[in-house]
Write a protein that binds this ligand. Structure first.
Ligand SMILES: Nc1nc2c(ncn2[C@@H]2O[C@H](COP(=O)(O)OP(=O)(O)OP(=O)(O)O)[C@@H](O)[C@H]2O)c(=O)[nH]1
Length: 356
């Protein structure tokens, strides 16, 4: 009758995450325990009324349904390890449910509802095998209470008791489902964010290498059909010197500036990525002549870049261009061909483009 949580004991989360989860778990469980135990009181009252139960049964109902949720919360929050204390509370929940079955004289519907609700709570907690660990305590509590009540057995459920079971079956199930839904939505959002992070190079804003390679392979297959397309590899000239003279922060500004230059000067349908420290690659649609024009624009724009914190800094790039291979080949071969052209551009004095 407690909350579904996002905690999974299979993995070892970082300390900060774990501390947050430690505090969050008892808080989340508190509301659900009040709801679950409170709603469970209805069938208990109905059956005890039918059985004319003795006062200790009523006292046990008040203690477990009305007081226990607050005791459990206080226990967990005052504990050195609220997460662990809350796990113990989960186990006590199950034992309490087990103890109720004989008090109800094994009345079929409320017994089944109570046991399935507490077991489902363990599964929903996300803590591996918690439901399994809770079973011995449940069975022991059930047997102990059965011994106290003399194994009284009256499984038939009246319409009055069936109706009293409806609130816990409906409201608790919906509340747990809503909580699970929120959890799933959060995981989906986080997954989308993680995917975004793996797709985009955070410094340059261009595609990260792995994702770019996927796009470039697709483009290679696509361009093989049309017979056009070009690969461009761009490397910042003497970037080590820029770092050494102006510092890494300015070096990063240069990389960002070049990335922006590439973005602005390549045609729609191009895929630009950062494939190394100061190396970028672009797959372009169209002919080699189109790519050479784009390269000239990039060279020009790179020369004109200005940096607020390094007034005298001028930068340039060298570019290697390779035409679409005559027959479809692997991406690596295409990039290496453009790389060889880039090497020649560097050898020829940098700040220029060469075509393979
Ligand atoms: N600021 C910064 N520097 C980086 C980053 N990644 C790699 N580098 C640096 O980039 C430099 C790359 O230099 P090289 O490619 O070896 O050579 P270069 O100085 O550019 O010389 P040429 O390519 O021959 O013109 C190295 O000094 C790396 O430390 C980064 O993300 N930020």
């Amino acid at each position: 009758m407690a909350a579904p949580t996002s905690v999974d004991s299979r993995s070892d989360p970082p300390a900060t995450v774990r501390t947050r989860a430690q505090r969050a778990l008892p808080r989340r469980a508190y509301g659900f325990r009040i709801l679950g135990m409170g709603l469970a009181a209805l069938p208990l009252i109905a059956v005890m009324h039918e059985l004319q139960a003795p006062w200790p049964a009523w006292a046990w109902m008040v203690l477990t349904c009305l007081l226990w949720p607050h005791i459990a919360y206080a226990r967990a929050m005052q504990s050195r390890d609220p997460f662990l204390a809350e796990l113990r509370n989960f186990l006590i929940d199950s034992a309490i449910a087990g103890s109720w079955v004989p008090i109800l004289h094994f009345n079929l519907l409320p017994s089944a509802v109570l046991l399935s609700v507490v077991t489902a709570d363990k599964i929903n907690s996300g803590v591996r095998r918690l439901w399994l660990y809770s079973l011995p305590g449940t069975v022991l509590a059930l047997l102990a209470m059965a011994w106290v009540t003399g194994f009284a057995f009256q499984p038939a459920t009246s319409m009055f008791v069936i109706v009293s079971c409806l609130p816990i079956m409906i409201i608790h199930t919906l509340a747990v489902s809503a909580s699970s839904y929120r959890l799933v939505r959060r995981v989906q959002t986080q997954n989308a964010r993680l995917e975004e992070l793996s797709r985009i190079d955070t410094l340059s804003g261009l595609y990260a290498r792995g994702h770019w390679e996927g796009l470039a392979s697709d483009a290679l297959r696509h361009h093989a059909l049309s017979g056009t397309g070009a690969m461009m590899v761009i490397d910042v000239d003497r970037f080590k010197e820029i770092n050494d003279r102006h510092g890494h922060a300015i070096g990063d500004d240069v990389l960002r500036g070049i990335a922006e230059v590439i973005r602005r000067n390549t045609p729609t349908g191009s895929h630009a990525g950062r494939i190394g420290g100061d190396e970028f690659a672009v797959v372009l649609p169209g002919s080699v002549a189109d790519a050479e024009q784009a390269a000239e624009r990039i060279l020009e724009a790179a020369r004109s870049l200005a940096f607020a914190n390094a007034g005298e800094l001028c930068c340039s790039v060298s570019i290697g261009i390779s035409a679409m291979p005559p027959s479809e080949t692997d991406l690596r071969g295409w990039v290496e061909s453009a790389d060889r052209a880039l090497y020649r551009a560097k050898q020829a004095g940098r700040d220029r483009a060469m075509t393979a």
